[in-house]
Ligand binder design. Sequence first.
Ligand code: HEC
Length: 127
Amino acid sequence: MMVVAQLMASLYTGQLDSNKHINTEIMKTIYKIVLIGLMLLITGAVIVSCSSTKDKYTAVTDVEDEFKIEKSGAQLWGETCNRCHLAPSPADYNDTDWETISLHMRVRANLTEKESNKILEFLKSAN
Ligand code: HEC
């Protein structure tokens, strides 16, 4: 321990030449080990701080998802498709037509892919 402490002290003060009995090769090796250790420590700290931020973020979105009440396809159809014209009845078109219309009206109504798919599923299931 004493030798290591002496080495560290001489490294810190820069008085390498005054410790003549200490082999400079050993000094260099120890210096390298200390440097590598520091680098590993910094890398570790960066990884830990990054991953913990991510954990916090996912935790928040998990809670938000838990309290978000999802609307059904029928609800979305009733709310969205009535805004600009009378909501067409599911029976008005066949499945293939609804798929085309969904793409068309998804853009018009500014729906997310999920919302649009839910409405499409409802329309197909009820015609
Ligand atoms: C932002 C306004 C708006 C919303 C919301 C909207 N539509 Fe439309 N829709 C239109 C307009 C305008 C037309 C006339 C065709 C055109 O110019 O695009 C149309 C036409 C249609 C037609 C006729 C066939 C066609 O593709 O042109 C169908 C069927 C239809 N809409 C279904 C729906 C359904 C189902 C929804 C709900 C997901 C919906 N629309 C929501 C504006 C809207």
